[in-house]
Design a protein around this ligand. Structure first.
Ligand SMILES: [Zn+2]
Length: 381
């Protein structure tokens, strides 16, 4: 590798000067190689640093053919010296999340023998995958232990051990690593092979919150948020809560009961509305003189049961085709058709062939849905 990775020894270095080794056109913007950099490239599940380089922006940093490639929005003259600066808030947040991840995974390893089988750290999500199933009680325990370790402000150290030292050290590693192994130690809690920048002490993680977790490939996927990211998440959730209890006009703790009561009420009202609609439909049906052979009713918002009941009532009085279509021209219609004398399943097939209707049924009754206008349906029938 031509570029000296300055982030390796000093994760708190924000600015640097560097010589431009090469600059070539990329699909969008330019690819720049430097003789040294503080920009951490995307690797090991963590997305890259962003920031500025001279007058331009560094949008992405990738390792390509064993070189650290800076993707920039402007071109640079080869051989000149440029000043670079990483977006420190962005980087520091990543360091908080990453050390938090080591802390949680290290504790899961110590407490429950869990192995880390996956890790992803982007600008809005941190996930860690463990090979064992965790329940809420275990997750809460690990979360509490992690926050106790944060309060203890334990030193975090990254170092390259000699081969001899390495043979004496037990450490976690997601995969076999070629070349020099860099270890990150959280004293007394965790030792893990890792290439990323970390905070100096666990206290700098601030807080670790498990945002959610779920079963994943026979183990558990845990979503965490640390430091200011956890604070932002807390505020987001507080906003959702306060909007909710204002709308519901109740205290925060009363939200679940209030929502349950509303849903029950809603169900009851739907039932009552459906009863009223059924009554109106039956009154409408009674007004058709029985001499009319075929009856087609267009209406809105009738449920399937009311439509079937309606068609059954029509069929008793009228000997031709009896049909109810519920819906509108924009969203289409649900339909039920019935007849004593005509083949309803054949009519449903006809509606399918001519108007693309879905559904079917028996000779006596068929039902389905149709994306067509009222006049198209009337002409087809
Ligand atoms: Zn790591």
């Amino acid at each position: 590798m031509k570029t000296q990775p300055l982030y390796d020894n000093n994760p708190f270095q924000k600015t640097f000067q560097s010589k431009v080794l090469s600059c070539t056109q990329a699909d969008t913007g330019y690819k720049v190689l430097l003789d040294q950099t503080v920009f951490f490239p995307e690797q090991g599940g963590q997305t890259s640093d962003i920031g500025t380089l001279g007058d331009g922006k560094v949008i992405d940093v990738q390792i390509e053919n064993d070189e650290i490639v800076h993707y920039t929005d402007i071109a640079y003259t080869v051989g000149t010296t440029v000043t670079g600066e990483i977006d420190w808030q962005h980087r520091f947040s990543k360091m908080q999340q990453h050390t938090g991840e080591h802390l949680f995974t290290g504790l899961a390893h110590n407490k429950f023998g869990a192995e880390n089988v996956g890790f992803h750290l982007s600008d809005n999500t941190v996930t860690l995958d463990l090979n064992i199933e965790l329940d809420l009680e275990k997750v809460r325990l690990l979360e509490r232990l992690a926050n106790e370790a944060i309060a203890e402000d334990i030193p975090v150290r990254a170092f390259y051990p000699s081969d001899e030292e390495l043979s004496q050290i037990e450490y976690r590693s997601k995969k076999e690593i070629d070349g020099a192994i860099r270890l990150v130690e959280i004293q007394g809690i965790d030792m893990c092979a890792c290439c990323a920048p970390h905070v100096r002490t666990t206290g700098q993680v601030g807080i670790l919150k498990v945002v959610s977790f779920n079963k994943y490939k026979g183990g558990t996927r845990v979503y965490i948020a640390c430091g200011l990211r956890a604070l932002a998440d807390y505020n987001r959730k507080m906003d959702i809560l306060s909007q909710t209890y204002q709308v519901l006009n109740c205290k925060e703790d009363e939200i679940p009961e209030k929502v349950k009561a509303l849903l029950l009420d809603n169900k009851q009202q739907k039932y009552e509305i459906s009863e009223i609609k059924a009554k109106i439909l039956m009154e409408q049906i009674e007004k058709y003189p029985s001499e009319i052979v075929d009856v087609t009713i267009f209406t809105e918002d009738l449920d399937a049961k009311n439509m079937r009941d309606g068609v059954n009532a029509l069929v008793e009085k009228h000997e031709g085709l009896c049909a109810i279509f519920s819906g509108n021209d924009d969203d289409g219609y649900n339909f039920v058709i019935g007849s004593r004398t005509r083949d309803c399943s054949a009519i449903a097939v006809g509606l399918r062939e001519l108007l693309g209707a879905k559904g079917g049924g028996s000779k006596q009754m068929a039902q389905g849905s149709i994306m067509a206008t009222r006049s198209q349906i009337e002409q087809t029938l």
